[in-house]
Every structure is written in structure tokens, then in C-alpha cells.
Ligand binder design. Structure first.
Ligand code: M6R
Length: 604
């Protein structure tokens, strides 16, 4: 969950690296560092704190040179401190390494190295890597061989960059279970853990696969397998526009991404769904007739997208759907086989638990389909089929536009499955039309946010909040509650409204805030009765609805456009995202980089 950047070329490395790190801070922000190779010397500047601290460090001006590696850290082993910051050097000061991932056997490797006279300055797992490279270099006198032997000893996950005076004109990179891309320039090349870090310079990328090593020079990039046999790779053209990873007129990425939703939903619908035509997905030839169960597996917000769309698959495709957290699924021997379709949802395509769950499903013989935002990411390379959301780069840690795109795309997928299975109906046609109307409806909600802002101001000092709803309104409540927790640090929980009386209502007393989502015409009366019950007990209530509701004593009622309950999460989540956002702003918090969290969770 750290961010990595690298540069080799004709420009000064430091400004490129700093710019890259700034755009990668969503991956970790408790320390940052840079190492530049200049006149055969490795110069390092690093410290705890944000990239801004590093940028303002006067020592940085001493780092001249056109080859460099950089890192922004999300601490796993060892507290945020200067010693624990990357890059780490070996004892001889000849190998500098930045690392993303976790080395699980670092204690064994460390004692082996200590027995061989190596000493350690940090508490990190990473520091074994430069020393291990140095250890092998002693006998092999070849950096590429030394790196390849060192990574063979590593257990766990890693994406590493290595520079050394012995290499002079190259950077060596290697990966396993942690993302790494190489951006191709003219007489210069870039390395990054995520595409947006170098999108300003290039749209052409190589994606390094697990157990591959690459030697990157300014005019040449070579790839090798784990036995150092040369391999060929295809260049991928990334259509994302560099400005899409900048804040533009917005104060924060999160707000920008919330407001981008009408546009990115339109792009996600693309040409897959058109009025009076069958849905279309390129290369999706799953034999659905033999599928008797769908599992949707993901983490966090992506898992909530699965919960929000389970209803559509069951309703239109008549296939039972189970939604599970990847971290649970991977350890519970799920009952899956060749007749199960497993759908994995992920914005980053790099989430460690989701990848492990996907591998398990593949080994069990299931058909696997990935719904991913980041092109070429690990999950897309493992799954049998991939369909992409077109949310563009999502930078804020709290996922917003990726969620709505996932929900839209999964709904379209359900329509496609229903059509393939022959379940066409007037209801299905109307549903397709409703999907096409979503961007315009989203705009209406985003045009008028005053009531949400006012209510956020009223309750931002509270310690606890509850979200309630039924069916898809419950699914979206879970997402609203997660959004609030992660960026405002307020404790909140989501309950199926009908469950309140089975326990949680005991928590309701004067002044407790409850958010009710009530968009299902068949269930609105029931949810409203539940809200009456909490109001009677003193709760301060906000209701999000698109129905005519009884006159209740709610502090705030947010009316959103009408739509079928199966699509309502796409609309009702907007006030919930904005509510979380404005609460965090009222508390003066950094909404884009909430504490303890990183954008892609590439470690278990
Ligand atoms: O990249 P992924 O979609 O696989 O990430 C899954 C979760 O880590 C992610 O959705 C997380 O819950 C977000 N911070 C929520 O806003």
C-alpha cells in the first residue's frame, strides 16, 4: 500500500519523482523519500511525514542526476520514522531499494544476513532486500543476477525498484503480487505503482507480471522471467487523460470525483446499452445455461456494489446470488464448482484479498469475471473475463465514482445475462431505458446540495450515526455508513430497517442521528414506520426518498428523482457521499487522505 515512482532519462529526476509521489499520496502518506544516482553515488533524502515535507527539504537540491527512485509509505513494519522510510540502502551503500508489499519471511532473511555480518538500521521488512542483493552480488558480480536471486528468496508480496552505481545507466524492477507499471517515453522511461503518477508524461505502458524482472534504460526496456530468460511484452495504450488525475477547480479529489459521476456513468454505459437493442459485451462468451449460482466477491465499497446489484441478477436472470467479502470467502471453503460464476469487483484491480479469492475460485474450476476500473491491473490478468468500468483515475481514498460505475455496469451485465438466457420482457426494456436516464438524474441531485450541507453542519459533532433502509436501500445504507466512517472518523452503522427492533433500537435516545433511505414504493411505508419509531425516541432524522412520504418530524428530507428500486442506489448514494464529505469538511479533516487508510490495499 505504498507508492512507488522511478525515472530514468535526460530530465532532472527529482521534480518528476516529487510530482509522481504527490499524485500517489493516496497510497500512503506517513513518510516519503527519494534516491538519485549521481556520479556513481547514491544520494538519499527521506523522512517521516507527507511528500510536502520532502519537497520542502533543503537537502533535496543536492540531488542532481537523471536516474532516481522514490517512495511514499504506509507503514506496516516499524513506525513512521526517518530510519524506516524508503529508499533503504544495503550496508555498502551500493544498492538502493524502494518496496511496496510485505516480506513475510524477513525475520529469517534478516538473521541469515546478520550471521553473514550485515547490520540493520530500521525495523522494516524492506531493509533485507538491498542487503540480500548485496549478499548475492558479492559472489555473482552481476546486479541483475543478484536481484533475481534475492527476489527468489522473498516470500510475500513485492514491487521493487533498485538502483546502484554498478548499474550506471539502468533501473531494475521486479514484482510479485504488487502492482508496477513502466511508462514509455522518448529517450526516457518512467516507473510507477499506479498509472496516474506518470500519466502527465505518457499514455503508453508495460505492465510487469508476477515474478518478472525488467531492466530499464533511458532508450531500452528489457524483460526477463524468474530464470532470467528474456521475454517479450505488449505495450498498452491507456486512454485516461492526464487532467483526469488533477483536482481542477475542486478543493478535493473526493468532491471532484463525486461531481464527475454523471459523465463517467455515461462513459461506463458507452455502447454497451442502447435503446431497442440487445446489450453487448465484447468477448463475453460465458455459457450461462450451465451456471446455477453467482458469487459476487469484493472488499469494502466494491463489495457494497455487489450487494446493491444482487437484486437485479436474481430478479431478471433467476440465478441465486451470494455476495461475500473477499477476506472471508478466501478462508471459508465456499461451495463453488464449474457451474458457479464468480464475479470479482475492484476499482484498483490490485486488492490482495480479492486477488486471493479470485485465485481460489479459478482453482475450484469456476468461471471468473472481473469488474475492474484500472486497465491491465492484476485482477484483469487472472480472471477468465474482464469488463471495465470507465470511472477514470479515482484518487481520493474514499471510493465514490468507482462505486456508482460498478453498480451501473453490474446492472447492465444482469440485463445482458437476462437477454442471453432468453428472459426478455417489457420490464427489462423499461429498465434499460431507466439506466440511460441515470446521468441526467444524477446531475439534478448534484445541482442542489444545500440541504445536505446544512444537515451535515447540524450533526458533524456527533459521535454515532445510524443508517437504515430495506433491500437496495439497505445496501446503499451500508455504503453511506462506510463513507462516513472512513473520512469523518464518526462511528456509524447501517441496519436493515426491519432489524431495528431486534436490538439496535436500544441505542436510540435523544439527539441520536438516524439517516433513513426509503426509495422502494413497496417498502416505503415500512421504513417510514421505523423512522417514526426512532423519532418518537428522540432521534434527529434525515430521510432520502423519491416517494411521497407521510408528514414526519424529520430535520431534513432529501428528495431524489424517481427510479426503479434496483437502480436507486446509484442516485441515493449521492446525498450520502456528500453528507460524509461535508461532515469531514466541517471537522476540518483531510477528506482525500483519511488516517490509517490507503487507496489500494495490496497487502492482506
Ligand atoms: O480497489 P478495490 O475496489 O478492490 O478496493 C476495495 C476497498 O479497499 C475499497 O473499496 C475501500 O473500501 C474504499 N476505501 C472505500 O471507500
Amino acid at each position: 500500500m505504498c507508492g512507488i515512482v522511478g525515472y530514468i532519462g535526460t530530465k532532472k529526476a527529482v521534480p518528476v519523482l516529487i510530482k509522481g509521489l504527490l499524485s500517489l499520496e493516496y497510497r500512503g502518506y506517513d513518510s516519503a523519500g527519494i534516491c538519485v544516482l549521481n556520479n556513481n553515488v547514491l544520494d538519499v533524502v527521506k523522512d517521516k511525514g507527507r511528500v510536502k515535507n520532502l519537497e520542502e527539504n533543503p537537502e533535496l537540491s543536492n540531488l542532481i542526476g537523471n536516474i532516481g527512485i522514490a517512495h511514499t509509505r504506509w507503514a506496516t513494519h516499524g513506525i513512521p520514522s526517518k530510519e524506516n522510510s524508503h529508499p533503504h540502502l544495503d550496508n555498502s551503500g551500493k544498492f538502493a531499494v524502494v518496496h511496496n508489499g510485505i516480506i513475510e519471511n524477513y525475520t529469517e532473511l534478516r538473521s541469515m544476513l546478520e550471521k553473514n555480518g550485515y547490520t540493520f538500521l530500521s525495523q522494516t521488512d524492506t531493509e533485507v532486500i538491498p542487503n540480500l542483493i548485496s549478499y548475492y552480488y558479492e559472489s555473482k558480480k552481476d546486479v541483475l543476477k543478484a536481484v533475481s536471486l534475492a527476489v527468489t528468496d522473498l516470500k510475500g508480496s513485492y514491487a521493487i525498484e533498485v538502483i546502484s552505481p554498478y548499474l550506471k545507466d539502468s533501473i531494475i524492477v521486479a514484482r510479485k503480487d504488487s502492482p508496477l507499471v513502466i511508462g514509455i517515453g522518448e529517450n526516457e522511461n518512467y516507473i510507477a505503482s499506479d498509472i496516474p503518477a506518470v500519466l502527465n508524461y505518457t499514455n503508453k505502458f508495460y505492465f510487469l507480471e508476477d515474478n518478472e524482472i525488467s531492466v530499464i534504460k533511458k532508450g531500452k526496456i528489457s524483460f526477463f522471467d524468474s530464470s532470467l530468460n528474456p521475454i517479450a511484452k505488449d505495450i498498452k495504450d491507456i486512454k485516461w487523460d492526464a487532467t483526469s488525475s488533477e483536482k481542477g477547480i475542486f478543493e478535493d479529489y473526493m468532491l471532484k470525483e463525486i461531481y464527475e459521476q454523471p459523465q463517467v456513468i455515461m462513459e461506463t454505459i458507452g455502447s454497451r446499452l442502447k435503446p431497442n437493442e440487445k446489450c453487448y459485451f465484447d468477448d463475453l462468451d460465458i455459457d450461462l445455461k450451465n451456471i446455477n449460482k453467482i458469487y459476487v466477491v469484493a472488499c469494502g465499497t466494491a463489495m457494497h456494489a455487489g450487494l446493491a446489484t444482487k437484486y437485479t441478477f436474481e430478479h431478471f436472470c433467476k440465478i441465486p446470488v451470494e455476495v461475500d467479502m473477499a477476506s472471508e470467502f478466501r478462508y471459508r471453503n465456499p461451495l463453488i464448482d464449474k457451474n458457479t460464476l464468480c464475479i470479482f469487483i475492484s476499482q484498483s484491480g490490485e486488492t490482495a484479498d480479492t486477488i486471493a479469492a479470485l485465485k481460489l475460485a479459478k482453482n475450484a474450476g469456476c468461471k471468473t469475471l472481473a469488474v475492474v476500473n484500472v486497465i491491465g491491473s492484476s485482477i484483469t490478468r487472472i480472471a477468465d473475463y474482464t469488463i471495465y468500468t470507465h470511472a477514470g483515475p479515482e484518487i481520493a481514498v474514499a471510493s465514490t465514482k468507482a462505486y456508482t460505475c460498478q453498480v451501473v455496469l453490474l446492472n447492465i451485465l444482469a440485463v445482458y445475462f437476462a437477454e442471453v438466457l432468453g428472459y426478455e420482457s417489457k420490464e427489462l426494456e423499461d429498465f434499460k431505458m431507466e439506466i440511460l436516464e441515470l446521468p441526467a438524474k444524477l446531475k439534478l441531485i448534484l445541482d442542489d446540495t444545500k440541504n445536505i450541507q446544512d444537515f451535515a453542519k447540524e450533526v458533524y459533532t456527533k459521535q454515532d450515526l445510524y443508517f437504515i433502509g430495506r433491500n437496495t436501500d439497505y445496501a446503499v445504507s451500508m455504503e453511506g455508513s462506510l463513507k462516513l466512517k472512513e473520512i469523518s472518523y464518526i462511528h456509524s452503522e447501517a441496519y436493515a430497517a426491519g432489524e431495528l427492533k431486534h436490538g439496535p433500537i436500544a441505542l436510540i435516545e435523544n439527539g441520536v442521528t438516524v439517516i433513513g433511505v426509503a426509495t422502494n414504493p413497496n417498502l416505503v411505508e415500512k421504513t417510514m414506520s421505523n423512522l417514526e419509531e426512532v423519532i418518537t425516541r428522540g432521534a434527529n432524522v434525515m430521510v432520502i426518498t423519491n416517494q411521497v412520504i407521510p408528514d414526519i418530524k424529520a430535520s431534513c428530507i432529501i428528495q431524489i428523482p424517481k427510479c426503479t428500486p434496483m437502480l436507486s442506489p446509484i442516485l441515493s448514494v449521492i446525498p450520502l457521499q456528500l453528507f460524509a464529505y461535508y461532515i469531514a469538511k466541517n471537522k476540518n479533516l483531510d477528506v482525500d487522505k483519511p488516517r490509517n487508510l490507503a487507496k489500494s490495499v495490496t497487502v492482506e
